[in-house]
Design a protein around this ligand. Structure first.
Ligand SMILES: [Zn+2]
Length: 677
């Protein structure tokens, strides 16, 4: 199984329909303290090298990656105007329209073709075909597929080569193509003369574990839920079903939805000072204020005085009474003042040689916009344990969501699944069997601080809220770039182990953190695996793009050396289980997870160094799966697949929650049937 993965950025930049600014107040006039607005765009990269530069540049890539017919790849990303301009200088060009097919090489020897997989599926939008094939001529081969199907239907489409980290992994249809009726036979031909034929099989064609009876209840989520609501729901479920649940408070409190208060004073660039409170804004930092004053006399020294919450900097003057203190001198004077309650720094890479002008009294702020009811304290992440026998004697299943803060649908998937299990227990025999045979651990939000920031401050927040950047990267306009990518902070196949797909740059979208397991969010997930040794299955719920994945999830770039592959038997088990679970997802509203997006992470998405599923599988022997909920939607007018975004209109988010909750319950069914080998 393989899929195409991203490489490169470029181009044309299609603004997606998702609003990135709802819930965020945007100042009418942006100042130097304001973050640049970010947009969710579709980029196109021409080649692997560009993609790697893109990752290294700290681009905030989504998990939706789509190959194009010319071998380039489109990927959705969250970018600011400055980042976009920088991406252009990486050699990217604006894409326009559908790329042309490469012309076949003339005179090439006839090649050998192998059809790896040819499947059809029927979604709510009709029949689609997916084909994967390989040529011994490698990526240079020009392949096309033609098919015949029921009722005299037929069609043809080009296959595109998939080259990842320099390795040719085969050709495939870039996306599933529509077919008038059920395809039955496929012929793949090469411009060099190679030819292969196969019968087209059904996908996912899984077993149907959904044995729920009449009267089964579902649909328990009515809106996107920020962390406070999620915790309330978990507690309410425990109160209502005390005999079937426990609440587990995970041991590592997060840093909390809080930041130090700051002010950027002076003129950028050259004569500016960044002041940062020692205390968090909510713990007194927001009460501080600073002013720079002209003493009104000649030959005065630079002086700093503290008066309660107010810091007054009296600038030095020259012989004519003109202020003469440079930014660097003001910084040094503030930092040498006992009791100032702040630290000062020059702006970014400025040497601070510019002379500071007087600045009126300026209040420091943590810039956080959530209402006061949203706790600023370190957050206790909750797990809801569900089952009749919660004593370690049953096969454990862990479902955890929102490692990435902006993925608002994931928590709904877990809450909907928990509600279905508990509410149907009294009335549905199949549900009773699941709760008798398994021990379920549900963590609706792994990263509540980041989630709050996504809900109230910056929709596109991916990481947690903890700033590990040095002073030069910590002025307030950069606050949307701080944080650790929780799903790059684990210890297996990590950045520090030499694996690809995470960054050491504290502003990167995939910043791995200062060390493996540096963040409480990742330590909580590991703690669950270590503490409850009966956990054998885990589902890491992400969005978006419609994937079902398993290890390995990382490789070393040089030679594309992946973490060890599962054995053939394990691989077969992963795939068989995936098809069962995907069948359950499709039963909800006809959403079929694409075959080329079902498989190991490294093959179907991209390398993600230090992700949690790898740690669970390699260190704990847990079948560690990943959902990317939010499959592309087929647009019958444009006849193209369209991405759904992180925060689609709730009607779509709700539908995704319903279908992937069905998938999660199907996974619990797989776990209930599991027997130790
Ligand atoms: Zn994610």
């Amino acid at each position: 199984m393989r899929g195409l993965r991203a490489s490169a950025v470029v181009v044309a930049i299609v603004l997606l329909t998702t609003s990135l600014t709802s819930g965020t107040s945007v100042p009418a006039v942006a100042g130097p303290s304001d973050p640049e607005p970010a947009s969710l765009v579709t980029l196109s990269v021409p080649d692997q090298a560009t993609m790697e530069r893109l990752v290294a540049s700290g681009a905030d890539l989504t998990e939706r990656v789509r190959p194009q017919a010319d071998g380039s790849i489109q990927i959705d990303a969250v970018v600011t105007p400055t980042q976009l301009a920088g991406l252009g200088s990486l050699g990217a060009t604006l894409a326009s329209g559908t790329p042309a097919q490469k012309t076949p090489k003339s005179g090439a020897a006839q090649d050998q073709l192998v059809i790896e997989r040819a499947v059809w599926f029927k979604s709510r939008d009709g029949y689609f075909l997916s084909v994967e094939a390989s040529s011994n001529a490698g990526a240079a081969a020009v392949l096309s597929a033609s098919w015949t199907g029921r009722r005299g239907s037929s069609g043809q489409a080009a296959l595109v080569p998939y080259v990842d980290a320099g390795a040719y992994l085969g050709h495939q249809l870039s996306t599933p193509v529509p077919a008038e009726n059920q395809p039955q036979w496929i012929t793949v031909t090469s411009a060099a003369g190679g030819k292969a034929e196969a019968r087209v099989k059904e996908w996912p064609d899984g077993e149907r574990p959904d044995r729920t009876g009449p009267g089964y209840q579902k649909d328990f989520v009515s809106q996107y839920m920020p962390p406070t609501q999620l915790n309330e729901r978990v507690k309410a479920l425990h109160q209502r079903f005390p005999k079937l649940t426990d609440i587990i408070t995970l041991p590592n409190p997060t840093n909390g939805y809080r930041r130090h208060a700051q002010a950027l004073i002076g003129t950028v660039p050259g004569a500016a000072v960044v002041v940062t409170s020692n205390a968090y804004g909510s713990e007194g930092g927001n009460d501080l204020a600073i002013e720079l004053v002209n003493p009104g006399a000649a030959d005065r020294p630079l002086q700093v005085t503290v008066n309660g919450k107010q810091l007054t900097v009296s600038l030095a003057t020259d012989g004519s009474g003109t202020p003469a203190s440079t930014a660097a001198q003001v910084v040094a004077a503030i930092n040498a003042t006992p009791g100032s309650a702040v630290k000062a720094a020059t702006y970014r890479t400025d040497a601070g040689l510019g002379v500071m002008a007087p600045v009126p009294l300026t209040q420091l702020s943590d810039f956080l916009k959530a209402p006061a009811g949203v706790s600023r304290a370190p957050w206790r992440v909750l797990a809801l344990r569900v089952g009749v026998h919660r004593d370690g004697s049953r096969t454990g299943v862990l479902a955890y969501a929102q490692e990435h803060a902006r993925e608002w649908v994931g928590p709904l998937v877990t809450i909907e699944a928990a509600e279905r299990l508990l509410r149907n227990y009294p009335r549905d025999a199949a549900t009773r069997e699941l709760l008798n045979r398994t021990d379920i651990f549900i963590v609706p939000t792994v990263n509540p601080d980041g989630a709050n920031y996504s809900f109230y401050d910056f929709n596109s927040q991916r990481k947690n809220m903890t700033n590990h950047c040095p002073a030069q990267q910590s002025d307030p306009a950069l606050r949307d770039t701080w944080g650790v990518d929780v799903n790059r902070n684990y210890a297996v196949g990590s950045l520090s182990d030499g694996y690809f797909g995470a960054s050491a740059n504290c502003q990167s979208g995939t910043f791995a953190g200062p060390a493996e397991h540096s963040e409480p969010e990742s330590r909580n997930v590991v703690w669950l695996a270590r503490t409850y040794r009966n956990i054998k299955f885990a589902m890491n719920v992400h969005s978006y793009g419609g994937y079902f994945m398993w290890p390995p999830g990382a490789y070393k770039l040089d030679g594309r050396v992946t973490l060890p592959r599962p054995t053939a038997r394990q691989e077969a088990y992963f795939l068989r289980s995936a098809r069962t679970i995907e069948q359950a997802i499709a039963a909800e509203r006809g959403t079929v997870t694409w075959p080329q997006q079902t498989g190991p992470v490294t093959d179907v998405l991209y390398s993600a160094a230090g992700n949690s599923a790898d740690e669970l599988w390699y260190d704990h022997g847990i079948f560690g799966w990943d959902f990317e909920v939010g499959s592309d939607l087929w647009n019958p007018t444009t006849r193209k697949w369209e991405g759904v975004g992180f925060q689609p209109p709730f009607s779509e988010g709700h539908a995704e929650a319903m279908e992937f909750a069905s998938g999660l319950i199907s996974l619990i069914g797989v776990a209930a049937d599991y027997r130790e080998p």
